[in-house]
Design a protein around this ligand. Structure first.
Ligand SMILES: [Zn+2]
Length: 178
């Protein structure tokens, strides 16, 4: 579908001349632009795709020293619907409003949305679940975000595969191929 390259993310200290550095993970061009915008990483190698200049290699602006958010790759956060809400800071992934188990109004009841609906084979997993208010969840129903015309405001991630850089949590995407 996409011809966009996979972007490699290196720890601070990447040597452009030799290509030697500590490869942390790979990510999408879209996510890479987000990291650049938040000044988490700088583009150090670029290419042109469809008349756009896009990064192929990023270098973190601060050195990552094994500061894993939740253990070094261990599944130390138990998966639960509540944990999904905590990961998403009790914020609806679609409208950005705060959700709660005891909301002031019914519309803001905290629900967990399957991005790919269960009825379409969507799993109950970190990467397929987000916090959603009851109103958005009802509106989305058994559709994908694209079908419902509802955009995710943030990407879900597996907390056991995330690290913190300069106050930002960066996910380690599971999908490595474009
Ligand atoms: Zn909502």
């Amino acid at each position: 579908m996409s011809t966009m390259p996979v972007v490699r993310v290196y720890n601070l200290g990447y040597d452009v001349a030799t290509g030697i550095g500590e490869l942390l993970h790979t990510t999408t061009v879209r996510h890479a632009f987000g990291m650049i915008r938040r000044e988490v990483a700088d583009p150090v190698e670029l290419t042109i795709v469809e008349d756009r200049i896009v990064p192929t290699v990023l270098e973190l602006t601060r050195e990552l020293s094994g500061a894993w958010v939740e253990g070094a790759g261990q599944r130390s956060i138990g998966f639960s619907f509540r944990a999904v809400h905590e990961r998403d800071h009790w914020t609806c992934a679609y409208c950005g409003r705060s959700v709660s188990k005891t909301p002031a109004c019914e519309a803001l009841l905290a629900t967990v949305d399957h991005i790919v609906p269960r009825s379409r084979g969507g799993e109950s997993s970190w990467l397929n679940l987000v916090s959603a208010c009851k109103e958005c969840n009802n509106r989305k129903a058994a559709k994908t975000p694209a079908e419902a015309g509802m955009n995710l405001r943030f990407e879900p991630y597996d907390p056991a595969r995330a690290y913190r850089v300069g106050g930002q949590v960066e996910a380690l995407p599971v999908l490595l191929a474009g």
